[in-house]
Design a protein around this ligand. Structure first.
Ligand SMILES: *Cc1c(COP(=O)(O)O)cnc(C)c1O
Length: 369
């Protein structure tokens, strides 16, 4: 069986170095917020061309910490999209703020600047925008920031699926006021447990976020405001420092697989390929095809019977989910809803072998033959 995602293979590829890093932490006698975390923060900031990075416990906390540092809370609204990990929305609501959904562009699956404009026109209380670079595709940041600037509100980048992605020559996460990352094991840069980070070039925001991550402490045991406990532990930081130097290579591997999929499927009527936005580097956290004519589920079953795992990211748009029925539908979400019945994520990770990719390609071709 070729799994749709297979984080065990990412560990297997660097087993000896990871074991050595874990041993080092075990022997150090220091397990939370020490040298490993500081070292990783420095390297990850540099990787993203960003002056400041803070390691946190997971990607959900990362979004929450940025929003809270911007003083967003009860009585405020935050705009995002309805086709993201529930985590994005959960983080917004945990600040006490309400969420509102903008529609997406169906080609790249990311926030539509026009829809955002309609939303900001209609909802005067929106205080921030959380853009999601979904599946590794950079959102149209220039247009989105132009719209947000008109309303004088900050844009936050949820980069949980976009480590290393580039937009017009800049790293995703370094374009808006701050960027959040998740190191969940299947992400492009994955820990062997939970982990996350925030990056920013704003010093005041950095200091506030660093305090928020640990009870609002400015000095040990002394809180200046109420914070949370969200720390990246030394073990995960050490593991991430082993993997970070190979992130570009891993992303190149994903892109090479994506190129093979594209070449193989571009002439199949019934498949719409994911857009590669101009002047961007897509990092293919997922390779998501759109299957036309109501055949998505049939293709998924066919592939499963051929020993190939697939997934749907995500099976139900957030605005349709039971937990979010309280969110008013301010603008139409036509593209969010249309693509939802068509999307299918094929296996995508750099450890997939050439033979496996060929097997996947011939199975998909076989279905449409
Ligand atoms: C994975 C993910 C998150 C949440 O990250 P966790 O580390 O699981 O909390 C947030 N946003 C997006 C878009 C994600 O894919």
């Amino acid at each position: 069986m070729i799994l749709q995602a297979d984080p065990g293979r990412s560990f297997a590829a660097r087993k000896a170095e990871i074991r050595a890093a874990v041993e080092r932490v075990l022997d150090s006698g220091w397990y939370i917020l020490g040298n490993e975390n500081r070292f990783f923060e420095e390297k990850f900031a540099a990787y993203n061309d960003s002056p400041y990075c803070i390691g946190v416990a997971n990607g959900t906390d990362a979004v929450e910490i940025i929003l809270r540092a911007l003083d967003i809370g009860p009585g405020d609204l935050v705009a995002t999209v309805g086709n993201t990990a529930v985590a994005t929305v959960s983080a917004i609501e945990r600040t006490g703020a309400g969420v509102r959904f903008a529609d997406i562009e169906s080609g790249r699956f990311t926030m539509s600047p026009d829809s955002l404009k309609s939303l900001l026109d209609a909802e005067k209380n929106i205080k921030a925008v959380v853009v999601v670079h979904l599946f590794g595709a950079p959102a149209d940041m220039e247009k989105i920031i132009n719209v947000a600037d008109e309303y004088k509100i900050p844009v936050i980048e949820d980069c949980a699926q976009a480590h290393g992605a580039m937009y017009h020559g800049r790293k995703c996460g370094s374009i808006g006021i701050a960027g959040s990352f998740s190191f969940y094991p299947t992400k492009n840069l994955g820990a062997l447990g939970d982990g996350g980070a925030v990056i920013t070039s704003n010093r005041d925001l950095y200091e506030k976020m660093a305090a928020l991550r640990q009870y609002g402490w400015v000095k040990r045991y002394i809180s200046e405001f109420s914070g949370i406990n969200s720390r990246l532990d030394e073990m995960q930081a050490a593991i991430l420092s082993v993997k970070l130097p190979f992130l570009d290579e891993a992303n190149a591997g994903r892109r090479a697989i994506a190129a093979k999929y594209r070449e193989a499927f571009c002439h199949i009527p019934g498949i719409i390929l994911p857009e590669e936005p101009d002047n961007c580097q897509h990092v293919y956290h997922q390779f998501v095809i759109r299957v036309q004519n109501g055949k998505r589920d049939e293709l998924a079953v066919f592939l499963k019977n051929s020993g190939i795992g697939t997934a749907v990211h995500y099976p139900e748009p957030i605005p349709c989910q039971k937990a979010y029925q309280h969110v008013p539908a301010t603008v139409a979400l036509n593209h969010t809803l249309t693509v939802n019945d068509e999307i299918l994520s094929l296996p995508m990770y750099p450890e997939l072998s050439g033979c496996e990719v060929e097997r996947i390609i011939s199975a998909v071709r076989g279905f449409f033959a």
